[in-house]
Write a protein that binds this ligand. Structure first.
Ligand code: ATP
Length: 267
């Protein structure tokens, strides 16, 4: 049976770019998993996610998502009997699109993509993301727009969800509830999530797999449960072979989560 993702020898260069954005990347991601991609600005995270979503054509190497070439129209049209789409890609650019920033209601937007058909799922997402269906898009804050994007983007079930830093403007409560929803999804149906972010608060227990990309190259791919250990007395990160050990980190995340949960009556 196919894996969620099989990438072999992927090298990708943007037209007119001096150097490739990705170099000889090979990667396998199984079903029912949550993968976190770590890398500095410009490392190649978005490029990889976009190639996996079929937004760019891979010319050197091989990419299969659920056993299919993501760029092929067959893959885009592929729908399984239970109404799952193969790939959902959610990136930051959505909130800046002109059609989103019009005087249009959230319910209208949701209806336009089949809210009625996925009613139970839609209502759960509206609750998790605390979206008000009466909101008008042109009057929303960036974080509120992001919540609408996520409610819309996650409405149709997917096999592979590619999240490109879309939680950056969510408050800690919305982000925490969203991460729990995604964990529940990956535990309970055949699907996987790949998530590129620069915000690591609240993620210590979330991933199954940790990938490090540097200058377009995949430099580390860790099985989170086997290779990553938190040790109370450690002051700095130590790495030997595939094993990574790190100390418990002081973080204000639990405090912010508690305060905002109380603010929103969700404690
Ligand atoms: N449309 C484009 N045309 C040319 N080069 C591009 C284009 N998009 C990205 N690049 C280059 O590809 C490389 C990888 O960019 P990418 O957006 O994948 O990085 P990233 O890891 O997602 O970074 P960030 O954390 O800043 O979002 C960078 O060197 C970038 O300059």
């Amino acid at each position: 049976m196919s894996l969620a993702i099989e990438v072999q020898g992927l090298t990708y260069k943007f037209p007119n770019a001096p150097a490739p954005a990705l170099v000889d990347v090979s990667l396998e991601v199984g079903w029912n998993t949550r993968t976190l991609i770590v890398g500095s600005n410009g490392a190649g995270k978005s490029t990889l996610l976009k190639l996996l979503s079929g937004k760019h054509l891979c010319l050197t190497g091989n990419i299969l998502v659920d056993g299919m070439d993501p760029f092929s129209p067959v893959s885009q049209q592929h729908r399984e009997q239970d109404g799952c789409q193969t790939t959902t890609y959610l990136g930051t650019e959505w909130c800046h699109m002109s059609f989103i920033n019009r005087d249009i209601g959230v319910l209208e937007l949701l209806n336009s993509i089949g809210f009625e058909h996925f009613r139970d799922r839609g209502e759960a997402l509206i609750d998790i993301l605390d979206v008000d269906v009466n909101w008008r898009m042109h009057r929303l804050s960036d974080g509120q727009k992001r919540r609408v994007q996520l409610a819309m983007g996650l409405l149709k079930p997917w096999r592979l969800l590619l999240l490109d830093e879309v939680t950056v403007d969510l408050d800690v409560l919305a982000r925490s509830r969203l991460l729990s929803f995604l964990e529940h999804e990956t535990r309970n149906r055949r699907c996987s999530v790949v998530y590129a972010t620069h915000i690591f608060d609240g993620l210590a227990e979330w991933p199954d797999k940790l990938i490090h990309i540097r200058d377009g190259r995949l430099v580390k791919s860790l099985d989170y449960k086997q290779d990553v250990f938190f040790e109370q007395e450690l002051r700095k990160v130590t790495e030997s072979g595939k094993t990574v050990k790190l100390g418990y980190t002081k973080s204000l995340h639990p405090l912010a989560l508690s305060w905002i949960s109380k603010d929103e009556g969700k404690n």
